[in-house]
Ligand binder design. Structure first.
Ligand SMILES: C[S@@+](CC[C@H](N)C(=O)[O-])C[C@H]1O[C@@H](n2cnc3c(N)ncnc32)[C@H](O)[C@@H]1O
Length: 160
């Protein structure tokens, strides 16, 4: 089911989110609702993550994401999954990126609590996970528009 409309995260905000999450070569990143693939693409191309997953329910957007990844030379490092994010296992994720809605994040929280390792990081653009406590909150300004960023580490954000 389509839960959220497509609105892309601006490039500068993508970079800031990945910096805040401390993304690097040892990470396996999932963008749940990946749109045109920009977050997995930047994560691989500029932060060197070893594997990224682009999970997107809209088939037109997953095709766009594949095309963009090919153009940027990172197609082989990204797994494209055209499915409902609630049906995709994230057990091997070390970083999850989200730009959904708080209502969707709140439905997703029990799945993340169940599947993620203790030190997995979750970074959400604009919308919090209400039952978790963020370890860092940031406001980023892009072209005079401000963006809220919520950063979580499962162990510290769920047991307090
Ligand atoms: C606000 S956009 C964010 C896109 C991208 N993550 C970004 O930050 O640029 C949310 C995306 O989630 C996708 N989406 C909505 N419901 C979904 C679902 N149930 N499973 C997977 N993707 C979904 C939408 O099609 C859309 O591309």
């Amino acid at each position: 089911m389509l839960l959220v409309p497509y609105v892309p995260t601006p490039y500068s905000v993508v970079v800031k989110m990945l910096e805040i999450a401390g993304v690097g070569p040892d990470d396996v990143l999932y963008d749940l609702g990946c749109g045109d693939g920009r977050i997995p693409i930047v994560a691989v191309r500029e932060f060197g993550v070893s594997r990224a997953y682009c999970v997107e329910i809209r088939s037109d957007l997953i095709e766009t994401a594949k095309r963009n990844a090919r153009q940027q030379g990172v197609y082989d490092k990204i797994v494209f999954i055209n499915d409902d994010l609630f049906k995709v296992s994230v057990k091997d994720a070390t970083v999850i990126t989200l730009f959904l809605l708080t209502s969707v994040n709140d439905r997703l929280a029990p799945k993340l609590e169940d599947e993620l390792d203790d030190y997995a990081r979750v970074i959400s653009h604009e919308f919090k996970i209400s039952q978790w406590r963020e370890v860092l909150y940031a406001t980023i300004h892009d072209d005079k528009v401000s963006h809220d960023i919520y950063f979580y580490i499962k162990k510290y954000s769920t047991q307090y």
